[in-house]
Design a binder for this molecule. Structure first.
Ligand SMILES: [Zn+2]
Length: 232
C-alpha cells in the first residue's frame, strides 16, 4: 500500500470517531498499519478534528521513529505499535483508542463487559475484558508501553479477532480490526453494547443472566466462524 493511501485511510477513520459520537475534543486516536512496509500512520498529538488533514497523520516505523510527517505522533503511539507487533501478523491493521462514555464507565468500574445478548455476540465472542490496575511503578515508568503490556497480558489465552477490544482499567477502551475502518466499527459496537450492558446490569441489580453459550456461539460463528454464512 502506498503511504499516501494509508494516511488517507487513517484520516478518514479518525474523522469517523467524531461522526459516530465516540469522542469529544481531541481525545482518541486511530492508526493504520501496512504489513508490507511495516509502517504505521497515526494521528498527530493534540490536533483538533475540525482542522484535521492527511498531513496530520504521522508515519512511524514499528520502533516509533518518525519516517514521514512534521508533527509529533499521538502520545499513545507506542501502545498502538505494541498491538501491531503482537497482532500485525494475524491481520490486525487498524487500532483505535477512545474515551467513549459507556465503555469508559465499565473501565472505570474495573469490570469486564458481560455478554448479555446477540448484539454483543455478533462481534465479540465472550466478555470484553478490563485490565488489572497498573502499579505505581508501571504508571511512573514507561507508561504508554506498560499500557500496551497490560493489554497484551489481559489478552493472554484470547484470540485477537474474537476479542477485538480491551478496556484499560480507570482509563478507556482500545479496539482493533483488519483495517482502520473496521477498528472504528469495533469501537462503535463496543460503545453500543457497553451502554446496553450497563442498563441491563443496573436494571437487574447486577443479576441479569448471561446469554446462553449456545446462542453466543451461534451468533459469533455464523458471522466469523469457519462455516460462516451471514451476509453476501
Ligand atoms: Zn486515553
Amino acid at each position: 500500500m502506498e503511504i499516501k493511501q494509508l494516511r488517507e485511510e487513517v484520516l478518514t477513520a479518525n474523522l469517523e470517531l467524531v461522526t459516530r459520537n465516540l469522542i469529544i475534543s481531541t481525545w482518541g486516536n486511530v492508526s493504520g498499519y501496512d504489513p508490507e512496509s511495516k509502517l504505521v500512520a497515526i494521528k498527530a498529538s493534540g490536533v483538533e478534528y475540525k482542522n484535521m488533514k492527511a498531513e496530520h497523520m504521522v508515519v512511524v516505523d514499528l520502533e516509533g521513529d518518525v519516517v514521514e510527517g512534521k508533527y509529533h505522533p499521538s502520545t499513545d503511539t507506542i501502545t498502538h505499535l505494541m498491538l501491531y507487533r503482537a497482532y500485525g501478523a494475524e491481520g490486525i491493521c487498524g487500532v483505535v483508542h477512545t474515551h467513549s462514555q459507556y465503555a469508559t464507565i465499565w473501565a472505570q468500574s474495573g469490570m469486564d463487559i458481560p455478554c448479555y445478548g446477540t448484539t454483543h455476540a455478533d462481534y465479540y465472542h465472550g466478555d470484553i475484558p478490563t485490565t488489572r490496575l497498573m502499579t505505581d511503578a508501571e504508571i511512573n515508568g514507561e507508561y504508554e508501553k506498560n499500557t500496551g503490556d497490560i493489554i497484551l497480558e489481559t489478552m493472554r489465552g484470547r484470540n485477537c479477532h474474537s476479542t477485538s477490544a480491551v478496556l484499560v482499567h480507570s482509563h478507556g477502551p482500545f479496539a482493533w480490526g483488519k483495517t482502520p475502518a473496521e477498528a472504528v466499527l469495533h469501537a462503535q459496537v463496543l460503545e453500543y453494547v457497553a451502554k446496553m450492558a450497563w442498563s441491563n446490569y443496573v436494571m437487574s441489580g447486577g443479576t441479569c443472566r448471561l446469554i446462553q453459550q449456545a446462542l453466543a456461539d451461534k451468533h459469533y460463528n455464523r458471522k466469523f466462524g469457519p462455516d460462516s454464512y451471514y451476509g453476501q
